[in-house]
Design a protein around this ligand. Sequence first.
Ligand code: TTJ
Length: 656
Amino acid sequence: MAENYKSKDIVVLQGLDAVRLRPGMYIGTTGVKGLHHLLWEIVDNSIDEIANGFGNKITITMHTDNSITVKDNGRGIPVDKHPTLKISGVQVVFTQLHAGGKFNNSNYAYSGGLHGVGASVTNALSEWLKVEVCKDGLKYFMEFKSVKKGKDKVSGGVPVAPLTCLGPTTETGTTVTFKPDKLIFKDAQFDRDTIAKRVRELAFLNKGITIELIDENQVEEMGDRVRVYNYTKGLKEFIAYLNEKNTVIYKEPIYIEAKSDLVDLCCAIQHVDLYSENVFSYVNNIPTPEGGMHETGLKSGLTRAFNEIARNMGLLKDKEQNLLGEDYREGMTVVLAIKMKNVQFEGQTKTKLGNPEARPEVENIVYEGLMNFANQTSSKQALTDIINKAKGAAKVRDAAKRAKEITRQKNSVDSYSLVGKLSSCTGRNPLLNEVFIVEGDSAGGSAKQARDRSFQAILPLRGKPLNVEKKRLSQILDNEEIRTMISAIGTGIGTDFNIEHLKYNKIIIMADADQDGAHIRAILLTFFYRYMRELINTGHVYVAIAPLYKISKKNFEKYVYDEEDYDKIVKEAGAGYSVTRFKGLGEMSADQLWETTMDPSKRVLVRVTIDDLADAEEMISTLMGDNIEARKKYITANANFNRVDLFESRSKKSHG
Ligand code: TTJ
């Protein structure tokens, strides 16, 4: 064999056979994802045509045999003979790897087909493919199919006949139908939701374009065969869609659109009342979840402009430092879509823009765009809200840094025993331990006597801890009580919060059932809500419910935790009962405190949850903020503080 090996035996993989042999090289996988890739290779061509101003509509039709049709009303693929290849333009596009106008940049300014291997790959991996072109008053047709060549060789995308003219037409455009080859894709099927998701995205990114998605597998009667995607406002509508489920802090998104020699840019920005940042970036309609140069430029542009605007508006004083980009991006949703030539994708998944020239270009366009936006009087309110939110973020960041330092200091010797007034427990298993935050020194004293010190720690709070909402963070951290609490809990606060460092499985607020107690609860919950929210979200914060009365007689003893239960329990007791009324935790004996409020087998705890972030936010700003009138109104309308108000309990009252 070896000696007979000649040049003619060297297999030169030509054209489409290379694709059949190693489909993974061209479309990644031969599973569902790769299957859909076939479709996007085709759709990209129509999008390019329309994005460059030719035509306005694409129709995608899913057929029952898993074949699929893509139709546009553009100019139609060229039908004339290619000068050197001597075949029609249509045949070139579907049989030559990397063929098509987009690779020489002469027909289109920018092209998306950079996933980007071209329609010939779709053809190579299809059982059959049919194309119809309407152009210059005539309709043309061509068909390709896979052909068995020898025992186990199949060639794909083989022309059945040259391009033929079918006769006159008044339409223009291209229609392609193909059926993915089962030999390659097995039973993988097109999925309407997958297609719809990408199609919707494409419609957002290319405003004005109409994309119709028809699924012939759906029964007509169900009324959901056809979905139409058309967004005349493009990214503005995209951002409204992304923020749909959240509360925006200003209604009209900030919108920047500009062209330069290097890039076309569209950008929409809108903040919600939450804390994470959501950046969605695209290059030539391709998502770039790994970011890259355009995103870096965007961020610098935003930070530079916002700081300058904050100073111009007097919201940042001369002596104050600039805020950080992350401060401005707290709660920010932003969509950035750029188009440019010769893009280089990098990163793990090749979804990171590598072109360094994109960075300063995007930065400047975004900066200029925002400065222009700031020049309009109608922008004042939104900008004020954004900058104030960013200042809030900066404070939390600052506080977190200080809290970290505090936690670090206290943790350096023994993380349990050295924390301020804390009486720690002896057990060292955070999963079993609980800490009671107790109002007042006398209740604190009783609690210390009453507790089971193997797992219960007591942290007495003297007087009212300060109102978190009204104080600046630096002042809050000057407060001994709060500092003690932060180090006792162990997690740190704000952006430094780390639940893994939590030292107590249950953090139990124990305060009286009166107005003062309610106020302390509200203050503590505000603190947790603002700076340790995850503690609430993960269900570690509880409120202990102390009884109001004890009803007793011979062989009968019951505690009343709620005024409403009083009559019922009295009735239960029958004649000759006596009533003990508890004025406050401080008046209970250690035994009573243990029995009623601390003993896991008898006590009533309410787990604090936030079912509605927006409501909780409102409650907190109303209760804790500066608007005294609103606060009074709120208190009158929601008088019963003991129910922890909007911090609703999910498992209402639970024992243990
Ligand atoms: C290229 O430049 C000359 C005029 O025609 C341009 C073109 O090719 N336009 C075009 C291609 N419109 N639509 C397509 C197309 C549509 C489908 C569905 C599939 C493919 C491979 C191309």
